[in-house]
Design a binder for this molecule. Structure first.
Ligand code: FUC
Length: 802
């Protein structure tokens, strides 16, 4: 950093410190601001355009309910989400013409006739019907995840205020807003409770009778509001995409006041002259994750019960229940990347300063923990998985329908789950996976005549498993292989045999599909996947056409290898030895493997095709480096070198230009032990893809960048994918001193460690279930054998001088 820049930073920090209200306790785990998000600015109805003010609001979530708190003084806006607020309905998108044409497409591809093959694929293989509506599916059967609406609290004033401060404290998952108006100090405290299934907002003032406001609820379409039984209710149904309606929803709001008066009039809740007010909000729909009905929850009853039960508790009791449940997850991991004191700069300003400095270890700690916070908030056990926007969307048409993209995005959402000690948050993904087996079995049969089940690059809450609507991206046939690799990952970390037994049929079904799907390459005799894309990349084919589909793209080969490896491993763990397991072993042996091109890079396709966009955002052919394990330093050092070349080449050509793409590069560079390059990719995320509320940006807003960043930081500090527990594998120069507690390695080993002068000082390894592990630091291996006692601490001191 130049002297001038340091000077500017110094003065900027001094200025913030002098003029503004600061957190009561300095903490690296607070997002805080000295300005509200402006609730008077209307959202742009165009779903693909971000709303600046919404990206200043602060997210809370209990897995099923998400809210965004603006902290506006005059009219508070709490934008509401419920995880199953999806338009659309179950639909048959499988293409019966696909099966017959497949052999011909493969023949054309093997003969180098890409143009004809692509035309035939577009004609016969892609989904029937509207598919995802090209990412705008709110009005087609695919549907769209959308806003539940808004709770608006109008204080009926526009006079001046001062001492404004708002924060989201990750330690307790509470948003606080404070300000002074007419010499009265006002405070709001808001949280969403998993144990009580309500949003709780407490409004207070330091003088009696100062709280007067009115509340309304609304959404851009399909809603009615009315008052009934001492509650304000918003309810209606969403379009099914076929001309009718499908999902029904309800939100209920109730106020409890100390002194003053409460009245419910038509569609308004009015509070007058109260000392303190608690608002309780519950929301639900009639959705159930169960193909093909997807219906059956008594949402009116569920919400009524939640409000009734929560009303019986005091604010203190509600908060206590929330804290003990939330902190049980969040407090498992601690990260400290610098001994320096934290500077009192509001979060939005800090992001701005980072664009200059590229250095703020406390901001990295905050981003790391924020990813964990967002995962806990959007993916609690029993809920739907985190989608493209986690759980937070303020539009009717969210970008790409806010769906589950299975060609990287939903997987990335779950990369931090195990290593950052949040295994339970991974569970919603497996519920979704299980629910896809039935529709995916139909798709496997109708489209391909194969056993097992399959999904392609996208799915939704209505069991969509067909390909997408164009060959270019929709023929991602590796989707089910990739997502199924999460099963063995969860097991490797948790050792949960019951879970593995439950998911074994899912793993088996996925493997069956690919055993039937692979064909022999006439040139090499090896088994290849196809017609298939390398997610969403384009090459120039030998016939001069721009093509995406080919036979044997590296990505499919690698995800299928990983799936088969996982299936064989799971079979061994469960003592399964039968003809199918033997068949999978044989087929894996015959799979075409990773290849190095004449320029030393890992090849993305079976042939060395020129790339149309050499800096493409997807790095799908590096799956085997991360999150896969096929390419690693121990078994395949030459391939690791080739992967490094591919990474450098991508970046040199402008790669990593979307948030999730840069986030993936952190993990990739960590796996090839290049800490400084990993840090550079982290800088890119923070500089280019981070909103004022730290939400990731594609752009538009997309949450995978948050999850991928958290996973990447963990990967820099701890790795365990190749049978080795590797400490500080990719520590960048910029973090010479620090500590981390609670990261988890495969085998259920929990690691606490600290380092100084860029060298490890000590590490404590806790074993949850006992077992042997090879510990690695630098080039020193230590064999450990630990007792199966979760509470038993096993300390390993490593000589930092070695
Ligand atoms: C993948 C990516 C896009 C976007 C979309 C939601 O298909 O290629 O960049 O992130 O998912």
């Amino acid at each position: 950093m130049t002297k001038l820049r340091s000077l500017i930073l110094f003065f900027a920090v001094a200025l913030f410190a002098a003029c503004n209200v600061q957190p009561e306790k300095t903490s690296d785990l607070k997002l805080w601001y000295n300005e509200p998000a402006d609730a008077s600015v209307k959202d742009d109805p165009n779903g693909w355009r971000d709303d600046r003010e919404w990206l200043k609001a602060l997210p809370l979530g209990n897995g099923s309910m998400g809210v965004m708190v603006f902290g506006d003084v005059n009219q508070e806006r709490i934008q509401l989400n419920e995880e199953s607020m999806w338009s659309g309905s179950v639909n048959d998108n499988d293409n019966p013409e696909a099966r017959e044409a497949q052999q011909e497409i493969r023949r054309l591809l093997f003969e180098g006739k890409y143009k004809e093959a692509t035309a035939l694929t577009n004609k016969t293989q892609i989904c029937k019907g509207a598919g995802s509506g090209h990412g705008n599916g709110a009005e087609v059967p695919f549907g769209c995840f959308q806003t539940l609406g808004d709770l608006r609290i109008d204080f009926g004033k526009t006079s001046e205020f001062e001492n404004y401060y708002r924060e989201l404290d990750l330690n307790d998952a509470v948003v606080r807003v404070k300000y002074t108006r007419d010499e009265v100090n006002f405070q709001r405290e808001i949280f969403t409770s998993y144990p009580d299934q309500v949003m709780v907002a407490r409004l207070t003032a330091d003088r009696p009778g100062q709280l007067s406001f009115s509340c309304t609820m609304d959404r851009p379409e399909h809603f009615k509001t009315y008052a009934e039984g001492g509650q304000l209710i918003m309810t209606d149904a969403l379009p099914d995409g076929k001309g009718g309606e499908n999902l029904h929803y309800m939100a209920r709001l109730k106020a409890i006041a100390k002194n003053g008066k409460i009245a419910y009039k038509d569609s308004q809740l009015v509070v007058k002259d109260a000392d303190e007010v608690i608002l309780l909000l519950a929301a639900s729909t009639d959705y159930v994750l169960n193909y093909p009905e997807y219906k059956g929850r008594d949402y009116a009853e569920v919400t009524a019960k939640s409000i009734e039960n929560a009303s019986k508790k005091s604010y203190k009791e509600l908060l206590k229940a929330h804290l003990s449940e939330y902190q049980n997850y969040f407090a498992r991991v601690d990260l400290d990347l610098t001994p320096a004191e934290i500077e009192p700069v509001p979060t939005d300003k800090r992001i701005e300063l980072f664009r200059e400095s590229n250095s703020d270890p406390h901001l990295v700690e905050l981003m790391f923990q924020y990813g964990r916070y967002l995962l806990i908030s959007s993916s609690r056990p029993g809920c739907l998985p985190a989608n493209l926007q986690g759980l937070w969307a303020n539009k009717i048409q969210t970008p790409w329908n806010g769906d589950y993209h299975t060609d990287v995005n939903v997987q990335m959402n779950y990369w931090p789950a195990e290593v950052t000690n949040l295994s339970e948050m991974h569970l919603p993904l497996f519920d979704l996976l299980e629910s896809l087996v039935k529709p995916g079995t139909k798709t496997a049969d109708v489209q391909y005549g194969n056993r097992g089940w399959v999904i392609h690059p996208i799915t939704n809450v209505w069991g969509y498993t067909a390909p997408g609507e164009a060959a270019s991206w929709g023929m991602h046939t590796g989707g089910s292989a990739w997502i199924s690799t999460h099963i063995a990952e969860h097991y490797r970390f948790t050792g949960d045999k019951e879970f593995l037994k439950r998911m074994y049929p899912v793993l088996k079904g996925a493997s069956e599909f690919y055993v039937d799907w692979l064909v022999s390459d006439p040139e090499t005799g090896k088994l290849v996947s196809g017609p298939a894309v390398s997610p969403e990349n384009t090459f120039i084919a030998p016939d001069g056409s721009r093509s995406q589909i080919s036979m044997g793209p590296a990505h499919d080969q690698q995800v299928i290898w990983q799936l088969f490896t996982d299936f064989i491993y799971a079979s061994e763990e469960l003592g399964m030895e039968n003809d199918f397991v033997r068949e999978v072993k044989e087929v894996r042996q015959e799979l075409a493997g990773p290849k190095i091109g004449s320029d030393g890079r890992l090849m993305e396709w079976a042939h060395e095709f020129p790339e149309v966009e050499p800096g493409h955002r997807h790095i799908s052919h590096l799956f085997a480096v991360h999150p896969g394990e096929q390419i690693n330093t121990w078994d395949t050092p030459e391939l690791v070198n080739a992967a490094k070349k591919s990474l450098d080449y991508r970046i040199a050509n402008g790669g990593g230009h979307t948030g999730w793409s840069a986030a993936w590069l952190i993990s990739q560079y960590a796996r090839v032990f290049e800490g400084d390059n990993a840090k550079n990719s982290l800088n890119t995320v923070l500089r280019k893809s981070t909103s004022p509320n730290l939400f990731g940006q594609h752009p538009p807003f997309q949450m995978d960048a948050n999850f991928g960043t958290t996973a990447g930081i963990a990967e820099m500090l701890l790795q365990s994918h190749a049978g080795v527990l590797h400490l500080l594998p990719a520590l960048p120069e910029e973090w010479p001193e620090g500590s981390v507690k609670g990261l988890k390695g495969r085998g259920g080993f929990v690691v606490d460690m600290n380092w100084k002068n860029s060298r490890l000082v000590s590490a404590k390894i806790y074993s949850e279930k006992g077992g042997k592990i090879r510990l690695l630091y630098n080039s020193d291996y230590t064999e450990l054998s630990l007792e199966p006692d979760e509470t038993n601490e096993y300390k390993v001191e490593l000589d930092s001088g070695k």
